[in-house]
Write a protein that binds this ligand. Structure first.
Ligand code: HEM
Length: 500
């Protein structure tokens, strides 16, 4: 019998699981007799019970175990133990520990074939730290100021193609606009103006190469991985040629992330290679593109569902128009507090990265808010979940009303919870709001993401009226970066915001 490609790789996975199980049963486990270990999931299926629960969906599993076991618990996954830390009281060490105690490299290794060799999780921490410094430099305020001009002109050009009125899928539209903007600000003028279609198709293949199975088996010989590898190689050629012609041109440097990475230098004075620049750009696109487009769509969906917040955001635009006229720049976007809170609240409820992971390399102790003390042995994978932690009722008032009634929804989507005087995200201390992670590895692109989403929504608020005509959207839990299921259809009509 001929096996299909799918059957083939299911067989490989199955064989690997059996092998791991075999090793697990034969090897004696180390004694943890004197330790105060966190509770672990009890299951009727020994050894793989935790894995089975986890595979059914991490968020329902965390919800169930949090209720039963509290804020620190362990899931046994065949030969690995994953210990969860839920809430700011117990996640401090996760976010703040030095790399020697808590590292990312092992758990995010599956990104290596996508980002490519010599960058991020393929290099030692000392080099990775330097590469993160390159990100920090590429995203510092002086650079952000020039990106904002590009974000604004991309939004103006994109929406100028809409008619007087019509119906669009907001999710599709914002996804496309954000690809264009990311191309302009990150990948550079050459890609945006001449190679946009080719490069977008290659990124699409890279994206499709990141399947759930890729997390455990990133090199499995499946068609999606082969396409990914071909796309990665072609992108390296394209960027090598762009970098060479930039270096040879003698023109003034471009204002984009590509140029910033070309100009970056390691501590010993070594310049970045063409391959490293390509890898860092891919990493930036993977970190920032889907996350930002999903967030901009949720922001729109919630503001249209809760008209009071849409109206408040429009009033804010009027006020800013009065003071600054039509002009939009970095500092003017920074004044849009109402819009900022609307985005932040959509992101609290729908963080696209639902689970953050580390490998722990040393024993540590954690104390829960109830005063329970647990010893966490080294070797555990440790995890925390923005999707769950952002909805804890002892931190956020009415964080999570599932009801479809407008009144209840109003109480859960509540941007005012961040307003002066309430500041619910700060009341329980650091790590209460973790959509952008925090601590040692907090998102370096947070300001860029807010500027981009604000640039889009300030343009839409100033130029259009909207009505949400499809049912309120739901999470698409099947994606690696959790997005939105189906279309988000809106009816629009042009109307220019005027100030009296
Ligand atoms: C709404 C948009 C975004 C969200 C929700 C988001 C979320 C996150 C989260 C949760 C982390 C921490 C991961 C961890 O702790 O394991 C992170 C890290 C990171 N993000 Fe973002 N991100 C967004 C946009 C961006 C953008 C636009 C860029 C760059 C252009 C970016 C670049 C990075 C980088 C470089 C890191 C790694 C920082 C480190 O490990 O030190 N992100 N992001």
């Amino acid at each position: 019998m001929d096996l299909t490609e799918n059957q083939n790789y299911l067989l490989i996975i199955f064989a690997s699981l059996i092998a791991i199980l075999f090793v697990k049963l034969l090897l004696p486990s180390k004694s943890n007799k004197n330790k105060r270990l966190p509770p672990s999931i009890k299951s009727s299926i020994p050894i793989i019970g935790g894995l089975v629960k986890f595979m059914k969906g991490p968020i329902p599993m965390i919800r169930e175990q949090y209720a039963k076991l509290g804020s620190v618990f362990t899931v046994n996954m065949i030969n690995r133990k994953i210990t969860f830390f839920v809430g700011p009281e117990v996640s401090g060490h996760f976010f703040k520990a030095p790399e020697s105690d808590m590292s990312q490299q092992e758990v995010y290794q599956f990104n290596v074939p996508t980002f490519g060799p010599g960058v991020v999780f393929d290099v030692d921490y000392s080099i990775r730290q330097e590469q993160f410094r390159f990100f920090t430099e590429a995203l510092r305020v002086t650079k952000l100021k020039s990106y904002v001009d590009q974000m604004v002109s991309e939004a103006e050009e994109y929406f100028s193609k809409w008619g007087e009125s019509g119906t669009v899928d907001l999710k599709y539209e914002l996804e496309h606009l954000i690809i264009l903007t990311a191309s302009r600000c990150l990948l550079g003028r050459e890609v945006r103006e001449k190679l946009f279609d080719d490069v977008s198709a290659l990124f699409h293949d890279l994206d499709n190469g990141m399947q759930p199975v890729s997390v455990l088996f990133p090199y499995l010989p499946i068609p999606a991985h082969r396409k990914r590898d071909r796309a990665r190689a072609r992108l390296a050629e394209i960027f090598a040629s762009i970098i060479q012609s930039r270096k040879a041109s003698g023109q003034p440097p471009e204002q984009d992330m590509l140029q910033s990475f070309i100009d970056s230098r390691y501590k010993d004075g070594r310049p970045t290679t063409e391959a490293e620049v390509t890898g860092l750009l891919i990493a930036a696109l993977f970190a920032g593109q889907h996350t930002s487009s999903i967030t901009s769509t949720w922001t729109g969906a919630y503001m249209l569902r809760h008209k009071n917040f849409f109206t408040a955001a429009v009033e804010e635009q009027k006020d800013i128009l009065k003071r600054h006229g039509e002009k939009i720049d970095h500092d003017i976007l920074a004044e849009m507090d109402v819009l900022y809170r609307c985005i932040k609240e959509a992101l609290r409820m729908h963080p696209p990265l639902i689970m953050l992971l580390r490998q722990s390399h040393s024993d540590f102790t954690v104390t829960t808010k109830e005063g329970k003390v647990y010893d966490i042995p080294k070797g555990h994978i440790v995890a925390t979940s923005p999707a769950f932690a952002n909805r804890l009722p002892h931190i956020y008032k009415d964080p999570d009303r599932p009801s479809k009634s407008p009144h209840s929804l109003n109480r859960s989507y509540d941007p005012d919870r961040y307003a002066p005087g309430r500041e619910e995200d700060k009341a329980a201390g650091q790590f209460s709001y973790i959509s952008f992670g925090g601590g040692r590895h907090g998102c370096l692109g947070e300001p860029f993401a807010y500027l981009q989403i604000k640039a889009i929504w300030s343009h839409l608020l100033r130029n259009f009226e909207f009505e949400l005509i499809s049912p309120f959207p739901e999470n698409n839990w099947n994606a690696m970066v959790v997005g939105i299921k189906g279309e988000v259809m809106v009816r629009y009509r042009r109307r220019k915001l005027t100030v009296d």
